[in-house]
Design a protein around this ligand. Structure first.
Ligand code: GRF
Length: 222
């Protein structure tokens, strides 16, 4: 019999279809994965991801921000639900509300986000449009610890993908999303295994990281 180690409990915050949430649920379905989903919270009452989570037997809650007097009261409700569910790590997965410095401070280094670009390039919305307009040959996705600025914070893991000359937003988004679904569970694993260490200057050191060698060149030269 193996030693029983408590799995890190995740609170996943969504606003939409929840495909990254689904990737985390799928990873956690394996009992050897070091994290489990404690609760899924949506600020959007009809977010598609809610049904997906419920179908997998995961507790879900809607905390609609609209009835709250201000952001602080909304976030107090969020914080309460996360603590009630004994969450140790909050995962933003297409959660479309900016969080205040106060909330980020309460969950410092226990709050991660996935963003569909190679941060710090292309933060914010309409990322793939901006990538295509820029002519850059590579893009990708990033999982990072959350700091109060938009899409800001220490980077845990990134995946790079090429931009193709005939790409449109849908094709590019799909290529990036496929990698999002790989790196989000991988990043959460690193945090759950306590292999991440954030330095004061905002960089993450990964213990026993395996680093790829070689370069990607686009267009290819050989
Ligand atoms: C993803 O592209 C994620 O990177 C961004 O919002 C999108 C959410 O998609 N933050 P989904 O709801 O996880 O399918």
């Amino acid at each position: 019999m193996g030693t029983l180690v408590a799995r890190l409990r995740l609170g996943v915050l969504i606003s939409g279809r929840g495909s990254n949430m689904q990737a985390l649920i799928d990873a956690a379905a394996d009992s050897s994965y070091p994290a489990e989903i404690g609760i899924v919270i949506s600020n959007v009452p009809d977010a598609g991801g809610l049904a997906l989570a419920a179908a997998r037997g995961i507790p879900t809650t809607v905390i609609d921000s609209r009835p709250f007097r201000d952001r602080r009261h909304f976030e107090d409700a969020l914080d309460g639900a996360l603590r009630e569910a004994n969450v140790g790590l909050v995962c933003l997965a297409g959660f479309m509300r900016l969080l205040t410095e106060h909330f980020v401070g309460q969950w410092w280094d226990r709050l991660v986000n996935i963003h569909p670009s190679l941060l710090p390039a292309f933060p914010g919305l309409h990322v793939h449009e901006a990538v295509l307009a820029s002519g850059t040959r590579f893009t990708g996705c990033t999982v990072h610890f959350v700091r109060p600025g938009m899409d800001d914070g220490p980077i845990i893991i990134q995946a790079a993908v090429p931009v193709h000359p005939d790409d449109n937003v849908e094709r590019l988004a799909a290529r990036v999303l496929e990698q999002e679904h790989r790196v989000y569970p991988a990043a959460v694993r690193l945090v759950a295994e306590r292999r991440t260490e954030t330095s004061a200057d905002g960089r993450v050191h990964i213990h026993s990281a395996r680093v790829p060698t070689g370069a990607l060149i686009n267009p290819s030269v050989d």
